[in-house]
Design a protein around this ligand. Structure first.
Ligand SMILES: Nc1ncnc2c1ncn2[C@@H]1O[C@H](COP(=O)(O)OP(=O)(O)O)[C@@H](O)[C@H]1O
Ligand SMILES: [Mg+2]
Length: 421
């Protein structure tokens, strides 16, 4: 892996005008992005996300720290260097309506990101624009049209085509899907992932929505009031958040992540099947889901626990009585952590916690099969068994090393899968 972008100890202060005091927007933030990978940058509105993106793009000058791109210090790059960099660092912003000049055709708008490349004939430029438009799901009939003739989702596709046309190595995506409907969001996110696989481009993916970044990112950094409060592997940060602030963000997150939506649907099906198939007990699986949902809502509204946990304790006991290899059980277990993550960890009964744990292990196994390193999965397993045995200290230690990129030294102790039965 190759380091593409390094941000060291970045500090930004917006000078107050007149009577207004200075605003510290970023304070001592250090993050990095590997070539071809995605760093998700999350935090509430006003936490400094866009400011960080603007420093990378050279739109804001930091008061301290450095931005290093491909080994080159670009913190205070001159206009000339910036113009050269513009083919390597591109951006896709939130608003698909204001990011295009309505009086320029799609051909002109998309092609403008290549105008700094000398000796490109009009014919060559057009054919590159067309092939890029095709990649984002449009075609040459779009060339003579104007932005207002397209929907929000289509315009965001055009914005992505414009950004990727020069084959940049880094794209700053600042709330790029936040203005879109959930179903359109999912399509655009998948498009970005597809293009990343094809082109090897890296993303600085900025959003206030933690569910979206999990789907998109290798690493996640969480900003609160301009400081970095949590930083690590995407699965680690979203499954084992160490900060209350991160957990709050998770709970507040609408379900726009297509994986999560899908897991939800599967859960509902699995739960419905479970309650229909078994004659034992009055508790329906749907009640568990309802209980978890209302818990999540109650917590995010009032920060209080107002739930009868016996509902899903009973249901989970029944769940455990099902044959383990039943596909329904596997599906249901896999969906529990997603629901549980949005409620306060302490509010979940032990039986649910261990079911969630089992599901995490399955998830880890799946990640390993999909090319993630064994070391990471081992650390997750060790963490699960530490949580299970109530060893809080060890669990905290393991959380700290969960994102350790040195996968050559996996933690073996207490990591055997058999142990969890
Ligand atoms: N140009 C500016 N002048 C003064 N303050 C600014 C400016 N831009 C942003 N801020 C302030 O800096 C903080 C961080 O803003 P921003 O980076 O836009 O946050 P985010 O993108 O996370 O919502 C906010 O308090 C915001 O009001
Ligand atoms: Mg912003």
């Amino acid at each position: 892996m190759k380091l593409l972008l390094e941000i060291n100890d970045l500090g930004v202060v917006y000078k107050g005008r007149g009577r207004r005091t200075d605003k510290v927007a970023l304070d001592g933030v250090s993050v990095s992005i590997q070539a071809g990978e995605t760093l998700g940058l999350v935090g509430e509105s006003g936490s400094g996300k866009s400011t960080l993106g603007s420093c990378v793009l050279g739109l804001v000058q930091p008061a301290q720290g450095a931005v290093i791109f491909d080994g080159q210090d670009i913190t205070r790059a001159s206009g000339k260097v910036r113009r050269e960099l513009s083919t390597q660092i591109q951006a896709v912003f939130q608003d698909p309506y204001s990011s295009f000049n309505p009086h320029r055709t799609i051909e002109q708008s998309v092609g403008e990101s290549l105008t700094s490349v000398p000796r490109l004939s009009r014919g060559e430029l057009r054919s590159r624009v067309v092939s890029m438009l095709e990649r984002v799901g449009l075609d040459r009939t779009a060339l003579p049209k104007f932005p207002p003739q397209f929907s929000g989702g289509q315009r965001q596709r055009i914005a992505i085509a414009r950004a990727l046309l020069p084959e940049p190595r880094l794209v700053v995506c600042d709330e790029s899907v936040s203005a879109l409907d959930l179903s359109v969001q999912a399509q655009v996110l998948n498009l970005l992932l597809e293009l990343q696989r094809e082109l090897g481009v890296a993303y600085l993916f900025i959003t206030h929505d933690l569910a979206v970044v999990r789907h998109m990112s290798n690493q996640i950094a969480v900003l609160e009031h301009g400081t970095l409060v949590e930083h690590g592997d995407a699965i680690g940060v979203t499954d084992f958040p160490t900060q209350p602030y991160t957990r709050r963000l998770l709970r507040a997150s609408p379900q726009s992540d297509p994986d999560v939506q899908d897991a939800r649907r599967r859960t509902r099906r699995a739960i419905a099947g479970l309650s229909g198939a078994s004659a034992a007990g009055p508790v329906s699986g749907v009640d568990i889901l309802r209980a978890l949902e209302s818990q999540a809502v109650a917590e995010s509204m009032a920060e209080t626990s107002a739930i009868d946990t016996t509902v899903f304790e009973t249901a989970l006991t029944r769940l455990e009585a099902e044959p383990v290899d039943s596909a329904r059980v596997v599906e249901l277990r896999a969906a529990i952590p997603e629901m549980a993550a949005r409620t306060r960890f302490d509010g979940i009964p032990d039986s649910a916690r261990s079911a969630a744990d089992t599901a995490r292990l399955d998830l880890c196994a799946e990640l390993t099969r999909n090319g993630r390193t064994e070391g990471f999965a081992d650390r997750c397993r060790a963490l699960s068994s530490a949580i299970k045995s109530g060893d809080r200290e060890r669990a905290m230690d393991l959380v700290a090393v969960l994102d350790d990129s040195d996968d050559s030294a996996p933690i073996r102790q207490g990591s055997s899968r058999g142990q969890r039965e």
